[in-house]
Design a binder for this molecule. Structure first.
Ligand code: 13P
Ligand code: SF4
Length: 326
């Protein structure tokens, strides 16, 4: 049963039956349906807590490639659901709200990227995983923030490379590898907004704090960071490092897992340059809520579909990434 109004909205807004224990009902349905809930670190804490698996975008793709679940429920953004569907074409892949897109993926329309690629026929095309399936389809190898350096360095020093869509990550990889990749000028609306000035102000107030930054942040923020890395790498560093205080320049959802793993430590979310908004939150990730997750598993909708012609092209660069990251 799929109701037309759900299609218009992109999610199911059925009221939750009164008196039910949402969390145990979700777990019960997962067992009955052999469904696996995966969540990205940027989702709400209660969504992360109910998931079977929480990870960064590389770990989520690796997990999808291995699971024997019949249904994958991706609590994250649309491109993550697409990646899972491409890797598992015979499984049902669900994302609780189709409006959960990604500003970075949207900053790289596939047709414009394909034109750019065709203008540089002698270049190898490396795309960040935060892209639509159609953009991946014109890509040679996909990367995430976990493996971008390793994969770029797997090519000869003089390889001509196009890197898209995140120019901040691209600039960062150029700076640490000495490459001169041609960059697409996309960016993430969350990571672009961190204020260097406010981070330095925080650092002055907490001189012992280490600064952690995701490579989607702008160069000046990355320059002052003690650790630059993917969400999983920042989490690992925060657990293993001796410091007790951390200023965290990435989406604030990661603080949930950091605080859980090291409750005795203090994690300070880096402020955005606009103090009037919660711009260090990804509004797309935060669309995934427990009630939507409940309805999504119950009605097995919204389903992620990928055009088979695009999927056959997009699977090659994704598989290449998984092989190179083993
Ligand atoms: P990770 O690859 O670190 O999980 O990052 C994904 C993302 O969307 C960052 O904004
Ligand atoms: Fe996309 Fe930015 Fe949200 Fe990550 S934080 S999913 S890059 S919009």
């Amino acid at each position: 049963m799929i109701i037309e109004s759900w299609k218009d909205k992109g999610f199911i807004d059925e009221p939750i039956p009164e008196g039910i224990d949402l969390k145990s009902e979700i777990r019960k349905m997962c067992k009955e349906k052999n469904a696996l809930i995966m969540a990205h670190y940027y989702t709400e804490g209660e969504v992360q807590d109910i998931a079977d698996f929480v990870g960064d975008s590389l770990a989520l793709a690796q997990k999808a490639a291995q699971t024997d679940a019949d249904i994958i429920v991706m609590c994250g953004v649309h491109f993550m659901g697409e990646t899972n569907k491409i890797l598992c074409p015979d499984k049902k892949v669900l994302v609780p709200d189709l409006n959960a897109t990604c500003s970075l993926a949207e900053s790289c329309p596939a047709d414009e990227f394909a034109t750019f690629v065709s203008q540089h026929p002698d270049h190898t095309v490396i795309s960040y995983v935060n892209t639509t399936a159609a953009t991946k389809a014109v890509t040679d190898v996909v990367v995430t923030s976990s493996n971008a350096r390793q994969i770029v360095e797997s090519f000869p020093k003089d390889e001509k490379i196009i890197f898209g869509p995140d120019q901040n990550l691209g600039n960062y990889i150029n700076s640490i590898t000495g490459r001169n990749m041609l960059l697409w000028n996309g960016a993430c609306h969350v990571h672009e907004k961190f204020s260097l000035e406010k981070i330095l102000q925080l650092k002055a107030e907490h001189p012992k704090a280490k600064i952690l930054a995701h490579p989607e942040c702008k160069g000046p923020v990355l320059k002052v960071a003690d650790k630059v890395g993917s969400t999983a790498a920042l989490l690992k560093y925060s657990i293993e490092d001796d410091s007790n205080e951390f200023i965290v320049a990435t989406e604030s959802g990661i603080l949930h897992e950091m605080q859980k793993a090291a409750p005795q430590k203090t994690f300070i979310p880096a402020p955005p340059n606009d103090s009037t908004c919660a711009c260090n939150e990804c509004n797309y990730m935060k669309l995934i809520t427990l009630p939507k997750l409940y309805n999504c598993i119950k009605y097995e909708w919204p389903v992620i579909e990928v055009d088979p012609e695009i999927a056959v092209k997009a699977i090659r660069p994704i598989k290449k990434m998984l092989e190179l990251s083993k």
